[in-house]
Design a protein around this ligand. Sequence first.
Ligand code: ZN
Length: 109
Amino acid sequence: MSTNGTDRRRHRRTARLAVVAVGTAVGTVVARRLGYGIGGNTVVRCRQGHLFTTLWVPGVSLKAVRLGWWRLQRCPVGRHWSLVVPVRAADLAPEVLAEAKQHHDVRIP
Ligand SMILES: [Zn+2]
C-alpha cells in the first residue's frame, strides 16, 4: 500500500520536471523563430542603449540575475551594471550589428 503511494508521488514530480524542461525548450524555439538569437550568442541592449553580445542560455545563468525576459548583468561597453534585454538582429542596421558583435562579455552563461 505505502509503496504504491510513494511511487505515485515520485511519478508526479518527474512529470512536473518534464513540463518545465519542455516549456524551456519550446520557449527557446519560439524565440528563435521570432529572430532572437536565444540559446547562444545573443545581441542585447542595456538601459543606456549600449549594444553587445552575450551568451544567453534559457534556464541557465551564472553571471546574471534573471528577471524573466530581462537580466541584470554587467555591460562591457559602458562598464556598468544594467538591465539588459535581447534585441532582434534583424531590427539592427548591419553596421550597428557588427559593432554589437565586437563587444562580448565573458563567455560563460
Ligand atoms: Zn551599457
